[in-house]
Design a protein around this ligand. Sequence first.
Ligand SMILES: CC(=O)SCCNC(=O)CCNC(=O)[C@H](O)C(C)(C)COP(=O)(O)OP(=O)(O)OC[C@H]1O[C@@H](n2cnc3c(N)ncnc32)[C@H](O)[C@@H]1OP(=O)(O)O
Ligand SMILES: O=C([O-])CC(=O)C(=O)O
Length: 370
Amino acid sequence: MSIESYKPGLENVIACETSISYLDVEHEEIVIRGYDLIDLAKKLSYVDVIGLLLDGRLPSADEREGIERALSEQDELPEAIYTILGSLPASTHPMDALRTGVSALSGFDPDLLVSSIEANRRRALRLLAQVPQIVANSYHIGRGEGAVKPRPDLSFVANGLYMITKRIPTAAEERYYNQVLMVYCEHELPNSTFAARVIASTQSDMYGALTGAVASLKGPLHGGANEAVMNMLLEAQTVEGFERLIRVKLANKEKIMGFGHRVYMRKSDPRALLMKEALKEMVEASGDDRLYRMCVVGEEIVREEKGLFPNLDYYAAPVMHLLGIPVELFTPVFFAARVVGLAAHVTEQLAHNRLFRPRVFYTGPRGYHV
Ligand SMILES: CC(=O)SCCNC(=O)CCNC(=O)[C@H](O)C(C)(C)COP(=O)(O)OP(=O)(O)OC[C@H]1O[C@@H](n2cnc3c(N)ncnc32)[C@H](O)[C@@H]1OP(=O)(O)O
Ligand SMILES: O=C([O-])CC(=O)C(=O)O
């Protein structure tokens, strides 16, 4: 076998066909079923994008209402899931609790043995409705506090933030949280989506595929980077402190979390630019622009020293912080937003399946005998 085609990390390898999304780096556009993600994020609700990703077209006003209603009808998290979350040690990482919760949901699926496109759509909506509750309540329960259930008088988006912060969001907070969900909703074939598609390709199910995706997303090279960014900002506290911290890390040849990207490489991530705008607006409204100035200084230093640009996580982290989301929940929120993209990919994989089974470049010994 020739090793000509061997690419460690599969960089630039086309691994599947999809009509869901595409990163058009040249034109700085994230294409989601034909639309520009940033345009969608500025103008529409996350619930519209649920329709777009699951059904392939933007919903009408009636259809959007139908999706919102379906989400609220299915948002009753089984009591047993609360019991499972409550039995985890307090030291459990929220992404591990989330992985356990998503996995445990499979047994409660009323469509358990059905793998049709329609059953997967219902499954996706159930997961979209229930994952935000696992996210918020694994955190509260882990701290010995009571669970917070969604309120029927709040929108799907507002409920996601309310259950985390225990505060009804203002209209502005709901708008920024909507943008956070939008920028995280779908991004072509990152490690977690690939993991989900690889699992689905054995004709396994949506729960297994999404459980694998949570595990993938936890890593700091992927979803875990948003928490790492916020921890740096909190540690540094001031603009001068952040400048010092970044310079020390660069001098020590450490990676700076929130910078670089396998696909964008040395170009801007369009989602980071949108989150930067949101952060600017938020600090202007609050009258304290320190966090924004810290981020801008960090961005300038890393660009000058390494020629690298921020990825989404760099600016989404401070936005989530200002929305009152605890740092430990940044990556779980990323997953809650990504459920829709993952569900679309798993459904597509199952509908046009080809088992993933690549080969290796063997570097071990041969010819041994016992
Ligand atoms: C939503 C998301 O999941 S976005 C990704 C979030 N992850 C992060 O922010 C973690 C920090 N970034 C990184 O580790 C990387 O940029 C990745 C993992 C995202 C992409 O990595 P790869 O495509 O494998 O690039 P790779 O790590 O080989 O980097 C290429 C070069 O840029 C450097 N580089 C890349 N990212 C960074 C960084 N964040 N800080 C410092 N240097 C970096 C590497 O050291 C390497 O330099 P070299 O050629 O001199 O050795
Ligand atoms: O595309 C990637 O590799 C990672 C990423 O930005 C995402 O999942 O949003």
